[in-house]
Design a protein around this ligand. Structure first.
Ligand code: FES
Length: 104
């Protein structure tokens, strides 16, 4: 299975900051949009569908599709409209009433 990201930044980032996504630390370009930075870092799934738990990834990159939802500071946000900043902590959105929640 291919694991290298097909996404690259056009120019090298000026500065990298530490971001935690789903419990794993990444060095991401400061002030880039979070969705693009995670894709370029090799993250393949940003969230899961609430019904089946199927993996989803950013699609439109302009705030229209909501495929890039993550949880930041307890609030669900679009990662494509969120800037990368030092010590940002984001998580995949949790399943609500999905098949994987054990019915609780
Ligand atoms: S990628 Fe479509 S809303 Fe963020």
């Amino acid at each position: 299975m291919k694991t290298a990201s097909p996404f690259k930044f056009i120019s090298p980032p000026n500065s990298l900051v530490t971001v935690c996504f789903d419990g794993k630390e990444y060095q991401l370009p400061e002030c880039e949009n979070l969705a693009a930075a995670l894709l370029a870092a090799g993250v393949q799934s940003i969230r899961q569908t609430p019904a089946s738990g199927a993996p989803r990834a950013p699609f439109c990159m302009m705030g229209a599709c909501f495929e890039c939802l993550v949880v930041i500071d307890g609030a669900t946000r679009q990662s494509c409209t969120t800037e990368v900043r030092e010590e940002l902590v984001a998580e995949k959105t949790k399943l609500v009433g999905g098949l994987d929640d054990g019915g609780s």
